[in-house]
Design a protein around this ligand. Sequence first.
Ligand code: SF4
Length: 425
Amino acid sequence: MYKSVVSITKGSDAEKLVHEALSLLGGVENLIKPNSSVVVKPNAGHWFPPETSVCTSPAVVSAVIKELRKAKPKEIILAESAAIGADTMKCLEISGIGKAAEEAGVDKILDIKSAKDLIKIPIRDAKSDLKRILLPRFIIEADHIINVPIFKPNMCTLFTCALKNLKGLVQDKVHYEMHATSLTNAMIDLCSVAKVDLNIIDMIRPAEGFGPHCTLPIDFGCIVAGRDPVAVDSTICRMVGIDIKDVQYLEQARERGLGNYDENSIEIRGKTINQVFKELWIPFLGGFTKYPEYHIYSEYACSSCQSLMGYTMERLKAQDEYDKNAGISIVFGRKKSLPVGVKAGKNLILVGDCVKKYRDQGIWIAGCPPIEPFPIYGILDRIPMVTTEQGAALRPRNDADIPKLNKYMYQEKEKRNRIAKGKNN
Ligand code: SF4
């Protein structure tokens, strides 16, 4: 029986861990053809420094480039397309990834968003509304695509790792189209055309918490690698205590022939799952009924706005503002009309570009999805949040508020641990 191979290494030295992980898969010289072109895709989707674990750690990106160099490729390109509306080069700079890649000897750093030479690829048996996808020629023609994400939580989809990181291969226009259809189906459609050769996951200091918008970094000390992204993602679920049954897109990916998630179809090399197991705190949104003091209309919203608003509700609690703003209506997601009974005015918060057409009737928060601090300050100040200048002006206030959120997250994590302990006693 064919098995997908996944390697797990443990320690703290990124270069040693990456080398060992690839050796367990047969060695970099057997994985990468000499004289080939190699595209390395990290997660540098947001504008956060390395200590936040929002982006792949610069040390892991550097280690991967140095290891790939041993196979004597013709060129190594680091490529990224940051989140919608985010400046990729700025994200690469602030995350430290750009500098680390340069120092490790990368040949080029390319912003996928500014690529002009794009190829239209039809998607066979598309499950989303995407019938074709535009990808830069240098990605399509690369001999190898190496996926280098960090593991982090996502309140809506539970986590972001190998499969989800490939969303950063497309430009904003396609990214928008993916949001406007079923995002997980679109993600699987994209993975079916952008085939990755190797996934190397940064589990050295991944994150837990209200992701992807707010993370608590945690020392885990592992690198996980494999050719099969479904096997890699499901192995990491088992390493951190996520029930595979709760991650629906793994089955969608398996059906599509992208890989295996069944334990019997995966061969683990290096450390065993038991040897590295550490349960992470991955809060799951599971709908908005848990915020009954608010009127939340989230129908037809994609996971990005749902997790953003889940995070915003928790942030209101963390900043002691939840009760003070109770009773307001929050509307997001694609709507043919405003929900019945919703009253226009300052207590109507309209979140995202989907509801732009109703902006005269309430407080509109622009973006697809909006940037993280927009919804909370739109709610607190009751003013529309629209321009990038507003985003920049909010940064100091946001930085001052984040410690309250971090403190709250530690309290919530402690609460969860106490409950779990009580159950086990
Ligand atoms: S505005 Fe929000 S719900 Fe609408 S498409 Fe964009 S991310 Fe999805």
